[in-house]
Each structure stands twice: as structure tokens, then as C-alpha cells.
Design a protein around this ligand. Structure first.
Ligand code: HXC
Length: 515
């Protein structure tokens, strides 16, 4: 064959491989609102930027008549491309080919692109749509998963790892997404579980649908395994593009700088957001929007542990990670789930050079046997650990309540915040005035002729003495008491002066966080 014939042979081979699992399987995929693996990659990446590798990889399995089966690309598509101008490595499992099941060569393709991502220091995106370990390949499939998990772990904190669940992700397969930084799910399409409904029925006699067991909503609202919820694949892809614009390509870089933009102060004005009555709640996301450029805020884990709000915004064009108590939900207390949610995010920001802005308004850790027994001591410690260990710039604003352990945990000076500001409405104390008065004046209240009146008096006395920012300011625990309207200006100044911050923790192999 000459060049012409060889080129036309190549094209024929490519056409054959690009057919995926064939028309019937593709039709089935589309009927449930799913794009094919290749369409997904094209829809997600910048136009014409995808370069596919290992198109001609084939499985080498022999058992169960596998030697008679041709599985194009072995059920996974891998390559490189650009995402919102960022270079990325990507793979997408092709459910139309043997249910996207993971055999040895399928896993080799994934681990090869993972190795590239780590070596080239670019983000890794994995689109999961698979029936799990390819049953016919036995232990080789398990080996493949192990190799993936190992690489997920090594890449953690070095390059961003994004998992997109666009179909089943069953059995041990779920542990790759669980080891990555951000998990995206789509309503009615994503299904994640360790053991499916059939096994649950056999072992426990319980009946549950796949959606109720491991659907998108369950993982966003209940388990906290997923970070972004979308209604369609298209919406999911635009969420990924938005996320990538806020984060750096790797842990040696800073996030891309955007043009500076003022917040939309007509809609988000701090003085109008905070209610006059200190007991009234408000939506802390409005405060974040009053502080961030163009009032843009990318909330992460919006549906889980809503008593804390985390996400990215920009200040003067640079990405910051916001961590804020949410007075609208459970008065913004810290509990097991909100501690986990915040701690992981703080560690993400620290690993990827993103400064942290913490907004404080909380009555402390949530009391109760449920929380104690669920391990609030261990989980609550994660947030202390994460803030203490973080070496990125850390700026804190105490807006209203900062009681007890909550004061310490929410990035106080004692955990090495660089700057702590307080509004005049801040109340920094061991506990709320009502609880405090009841304890320290218990005997006097009991002995009084009018206990209610006496208690009220003592609550007022306590408030006067402690429920303000000035006692903490007198000890230097607060750097400045500021007018709420000045907050953005003060934050930007503090971030600017902290740009060259360069500190390190004691040298060690690694710490032992309260996992
Ligand atoms: C081999 C598989 C497969 C698998 C699906 N297929 N899963 N082939 N190994 N694990 C094949 C089917 O045989 C079928 O092939 C094609 O993919 C499409 O599958 P369907 O069942 O027709 O699709 P659907 O009805 O949509 O159901 C999807 C499904 C179901 C829910 C995912 O296929 C399923 O339950 N699969 C098994 C899931 C599972 O238990 N996996 C192992 C988990 S244990 P044909 O040729 O007919 O088109 C595990 C251990 C990993 O993963 C541990 C790592 C630590």
C-alpha cells in the first residue's frame, strides 16, 4: 500500500472505532437524555480543542467469549483539550461499549491520561458512565480501579481533579470520584452507590429505587458526596466551565486574574441586608455578593449542610474562597456536616493558593446527643485543623455572633488569621447573654422576688459588658472594628498586603488530621 491507500485505511479504521457501541446502543443512550461520550467531551471543551489518544486500544481479554468481541476504544475516550482557555486532560467512559465497564486496557487508558495530567500539571476531568468492574475480566478490573485510586490520591492537591457522573457509577467505582476535588451530578442521569437496589433487596429485604438510593439529589442534599447539581448535561458543562475559571491549573500557580468590577450595590447593600434586630436572620450569600466583584458568587455544595456557605468569588479580579456561617439555617451553627463541608473547602483553597475570607455569625457548635454521638468532636476538629494548617492569606470578618468554640473555629487570630475585622454589631463571648446570665447568676435569679425581671436585668448587664467587639479588641484579638459599609475596602486592602505571604508549618511527613 502506498501513502494514499494507507491514509484511507487509517480513515476507515478511525470511522470504525468512532462508531462506539453502534446505532442501537447510541439510540438507547439518547432516549434517556444522555449524550454519547464523545459528544460530551466536544460539548464541554473549547471548540476544536480536543485531541484524542489511544483510539485504537483494544482489550486483550479471552474468557467468556471476550476474544470474539471488538470493543471500540475499550469503552473509554481519552485525550487533551482546552476548557475556558485552560489546558486539561480528560476521559469519558462510553456506556454504549459494554456498558462503559472497566477492563484492564480501559483502566490503562485512564491511568495513562491521569499520568499525563500529573506530569503536565493540568486539571484532570473524568466523565463517569459505567456499569463498574468488567465482570468478564475478573481481578484485572479490580487492579485497574486500584491503579486509578492510587493516582487520584497522588494527584490530590497537585492538580484539580473534577469528576462528572453522567450515568451509573456503581460499586468500588465510586471511590475515584470520592477521591477527587469536585463531583458534578445531573438529575435523573447520575446514579452512585456501592451496592445497588438488587443487592440491598437480597441482603436486607429492603426495596429502594436507584434514584432514591443514589440519585443526584441524594448526593447533593443528604450524603454530601456531590458538589454541584444540574438539571441537564448542558447545565452541568456550563457549571464546570464556570468553576474552572476560578481555580488555578495546578498548585504552583495562582488562579487567573479577571478585570476588576464593583459589586452591584443597588441590589446588595450590606447595611440593608443586616436586619436592625440582632435576632433576625439574613441570607449571608447576599453579604458575599455585596463584597465580591460584580456580585458574582459560585456556591459549592449549595444543597448540603446549608448552615455554612462555601464557594468562590473574586475581589479586585482575584479569586477568593468564602466560608460563611448562614444565619438563615439553624442560626448558622457548626455541626458534623457543616464542619466537614468547610474543612474540605479550606484545605482545597490552601492547596491551590486561594486566599480565604471567613464571615462569622454563629452561636457555636450545635448541642445535642445526636450530634455528640455522630462525632461532632471529631468532625468539628477538622475545621480547627484545616484553618490552623492553612498558610494562604486568611482574613476574617466577625459580623454578629461569635460565641464559644465557634469564635475560635471560624478563623480567629488564634488559628493564625492574618487580619480579623469586626463590625460594631459583633458579639464575642463564651456563650450567648441568655445562657451566660442563667449560669453565672443562677442563685441570685432563684432568690430574687421577681426572677424574670432580675434575669432580664442580668442579661442586659452581660450584653453591655461582653456582647460587643471591644473587649476582644482591647486584647488585640480584633485588628480593627470597622463600619460594615467599609468591609470590601478593608478586605481588598488586607488581601493586597498579604499577596507575598510566605510561611510554612513545621517540617513533617504529613499531619494526622481528624479524618
Ligand atoms: C460487563 C457490563 C457490566 C459490567 C454492564 N455491562 N455492566 N458488562 N461488566 N460490570 C454490559 C451489559 O452486559 C450490556 O451489554 C451493556 O453493558 C449495557 O448494560 P444494560 O444492563 O443493558 O444497561 P442498563 O439496563 O442501562 O443497566 C445499567 C446497569 C446494569 C444498571 C449499570 O448494567 C448493571 O447493573 N450492571 C452491573 C453493575 C455492577 O454490579 N457492576 C459491578 C460492580 S462491582 P450488552 O452486550 O448486552 O449490550 C465493582 C467492583 C469494583 O465495580 C471494585 C473496585 C474497588
Amino acid at each position: 500500500m502506498g501513502l494514499k491507500e494507507k491514509t484511507s485505511d487509517l480513515k476507515k479504521r478511525m470511522r470504525n472505532a468512532l462508531k462506539g457501541g453502534g446505532d442501537k446502543a447510541i439510540k438507547k443512550q439518547k432516549a434517556i437524555g444522555k449524550l454519547t461520550a464523545r459528544e460530551r467531551i466536544i460539548a464541554l471543551l473549547d471548540p476544536k480543542s480536543f485531541h484524542e489518544y489511544d483510539l485504537f486500544v483494544e482489550h486483550a481479554a479471552k474468557d467468556f467469549d471476550m476474544d470474539k468481541k471488538y470493543l471500540p476504544g475499550d469503552g473509554v475516550i481519552t485525550g487533551t483539550g482546552m476548557l475556558s482557555g485552560h489546558p486539561v486532560c480528560i476521559y469519558a467512559q462510553d456506556f454504549t461499549v459494554a456498558g462503559g465497564s472497566l477492563g484492564w486496557m480501559h483502566a490503562k487508558k485512564i491511568t495513562k491520561i491521569m499520568d499525563h495530567a500529573l506530569k503536565l500539571k493540568v486539571p484532570l476531568i473524568g466523565i463517569n458512565d459505567s456499569g463498574g468492574a468488567r465482570i468478564q475480566e475478573g481481578v484485572n478490573s479490580l487492579a485497574g480501579y486500584g491503579e486509578i485510586f492510587f493516582r487520584n490520591t497522588l494527584a490530590s492537591g497537585v492538580i484539580p481533579q473534577i469528576s462528572v457522573i453522567l450515568g451509573p457509577c456503581a460499586g468500588g467505582a465510586v471511590y475515584s470520584p470520592a477521591l477527587t476535588d469536585f463531583v458534578f451530578v445531573v438529575e435523573n442521569i447520575s446514579k452512585m452507590f456501592i451496592t445497588g437496589p438488587e443487592v440491598i433487596k437480597t441482603v436486607l429485604g429492603e426495596e429502594i429505587s436507584m434514584e432514591a438510593l443514589g440519585g443526584a439529589r441524594v448526593h447533593c442534599e443528604t450524603t454530601g458526596n456531590a458538589h454541584f447539581f444540574a438539571r441537564t448535561e448542558e447545565e452541568c458543562f456550563s457549571q464546570i466551565k464556570n468553576l474552572v475559571s476560578y481555580i488555578p491549573w495546578n498548585n504552583k500557580r495562582k488562579a487567573e486574574k479577571f478585570p476588576k468590577k464593583s459589586p452591584k450595590t443597588r441590589t446588595y447593600n450590606i447595611e440593608n441586608i443586616i436586619p436592625a434586630d440582632a435576632r433576625e436572620p439574613y441570607d449571608v450569600r447576599d453579604i458575599i455578593k455585596a463584597l465580591s466583584d460584580d456580585s458574582l458568587f459560585l456556591e459549592i455544595m449549595e444543597l448540603f449542610a446549608q448552615n455554612i456557605v462555601i464557594g468562590f468569588g473574586r475581589m479586585d479580579g482575584e479569586t477568593v474562597g468564602f466560608v460563611a456561617n448562614q444565619p438563615l439555617v439553624l442560626a448558622g451553627v457548626l455541626d458534623v456536616d457543616s464542619s466537614d463541608k468547610a474543612a474540605r473547602f479550606i484545605r482545597y483553597c490552601d492547596a491551590f493558593n486561594i486566599p480565604l475570607v471567613t464571615l462569622v455569625d454563629l452561636p457555636g457548635y450545635l448541642p445535642g446527643a445526636d450530634q455528640e454521638h455522630a462525632g461532632v468532636i471529631r468532625h468539628g476538629a477538622k475545621i480547627l485543623y484545616a484553618y490552623s494548617e492553612a498558610t494562604v492569606p486568611k482574613i476574617t470578618v466577625i459580623m454578629r455572633k461569635a460565641y464559644g468554640g465557634g469564635y475560635i473555629a471560624m478563623c480567629s487570630h488564634h488559628l493564625r488569621a492574618d487580619f480579623v475585622f469586626a463590625w460594631p454589631t459583633a458579639e464575642i463571648a463564651v456563650m450567648g447573654p441568655e445562657g451566660a446570665a442563667n449560669i453565672i447568676f443562677r442563685k441570685e435569679i432563684f432568690a430574687s422576688d421577681n426572677p424574670d425581671e432580675f434575669r432580664k436585668q442580668k442579661v442586659e448587664e452581660y450584653k453591655e459588658k461582653f456582647a460587643n467587639p471591644y473587649v476582644a479588641a482591647a486584647y488585640g484579638y480584633i485588628d480593627a472594628v470597622i463600619e460594615p459599609a467599609e468591609t470590601r475596602k478593608k478586605l481588598i486592602r488586607a488581601l493586597e498586603i498579604s499577596k507575598e505571604k510566605d510561611i510554612s508549618n513545621p517540617k513533617k511527613k504529613h499531619g494526622i488530621p481528624p479524618f
